[in-house]
Design a protein around this ligand. Sequence first.
Ligand code: ZN
Length: 241
Amino acid sequence: MKYALLSDIHANLEALQAVLSEISSRGITDFICLGDIVGYGADPRACLETVRGLNPRIVQGNHDYAAAGPVDLSSFNKNARLALLWTRKQLDSAGRDFLKSLPLTAEVFGATLVHSSLKDPGRWEYILNPRDARASFDLLLNEICFFGHSHRPRVYREEEGEITVEEGGRIELRAGSRYLINPGSVGQPRDRDPRASFGVYDSAEKKVEIMRIEYPVEKAQEKILRAGLPPFLASRLAVGR
Ligand code: ZN
């Protein structure tokens, strides 16, 4: 079974469409979504509808949670806060209810899904280094966990207590190893590569591939500016940070 891995779409419809057309050209029809469909970008409604139409296995991200309801936004920086307030106004009650209903963790064919970290997932801690990865490996009951949140493609492998890290590409999943895998961000990469990032997980062949694809960045930027969202949210897309 092949699954497309999508994370941190962040209301960037241009990036999402480019990724979906690549996935469909590969004949993949099953989806895993690791959260943050909305927030930052100018197309929250269209991205939400598109993702729901994919019928994915899905978990909730911190922006999904914050956009869905009247929750405290003080943990978000100013640009994120302004975008979340704007996003709330764009969503209808069905969209908000859907985002609210998403679970913090899920399971697919022996793999765990979480947006941030397995350590108290609702506190949205980042996995940015092997030490952060350790805390999640200690709580992981499966061989594989797919996660997002950092907007950086990463594969952490644990074997006999040792953790190594790779930044994407084709990974053969080895028996006896455990993995924490972040396919990177579709709609707002932060690893200095502006191309949309996504992954493919082949559960039968035990392989993961993390890929990058170009999309019309200027179009997404224009929409952000036209919506009156903070200009930084547009400019960052061109540099991938
Ligand atoms: Zn995010």
